[in-house]
Design a protein around this ligand. Sequence first.
Ligand code: SPV
Ligand code: MG
Length: 292
Amino acid sequence: MRALSSAGIFRQNLFNDKLDLMLEAHSGLSARIVEEAGFPAIWASGLSISSALGLRDCNEASWSQVVEVAQTIHDAVSIPVLFDGDSGFGNFNNVRHIVKRLSHYGLAGISLEDKQFPKMNSFIDGVHALSSVDGFCGKIKAAQDAKRDPQFSVIARTEALIAGLDVTAALKRAERYYAAGADALFIHSKSGDGRDILEFARCWQGRCPLVVAPTTYVDTPVALLEQAGVSIYICANHMMRASVHAMRDAARQIRQDNGISTINPRIASLPEIFKLLDYDELEVAERLYGYD
Ligand code: SPV
Ligand code: MG
């Protein structure tokens, strides 16, 4: 029997009856740590990848830059990687070009959001202009038609709540995206208590899997979201944010001490890094293939 592709494994996570947590990665190294911690899948976050590149999450990074990082992540791990496709980096034609490449390369799926291009990160105050419903449905159809692996998932993300619309308006958009062929629906919100998400999920009634990224409603219990019908809970930027604190502390300490003696026992040892990146495997391979 043929082994399931990464996309097939992700689809199983999406459609099983339980909620799965996905954690963000923005580099091959962070991806290895996410896999090591036992997560079933990785969110290749636009915000985190842009931040790691020293860029803002408003499409300052080109689509090929972001795809290249996502491919590096995919190469570094054996768990599925879901690509944050923002608003598609243009129109339907850009979308199908990107989906063709991602699915060809073996990524598990793409999330596309109904904002105009260039998009701005959802947590920046200001206007979040939505795309037309018809235009976004075209992107979903184009993505489904372009994928090279039938198991590749196309997730439609509505930013209706982010743009200040209500749950009814978000549901209307979601219904159209589902009818256009989305495999799952990502409902995003910047509320502090997640009540809008729970209301949305209640009304959605499990028509297709729901995806959420509770960045602002951190205290909403995971079990409550699961009961409401959420399939994927994305921890969207936490590896990137954790690394900023850790790197700041290290930089300050080294600067203050004018040396590396205090910081040395507080950071990862080199053997730890070698283990994480499986240097031992090289020895095994050398025995098999020779050294030259
Ligand atoms: C990202 O991680 O880039 C996302 C999620 O799209 S958010 O930043 O919450 O919009
Ligand atoms: Mg994003």
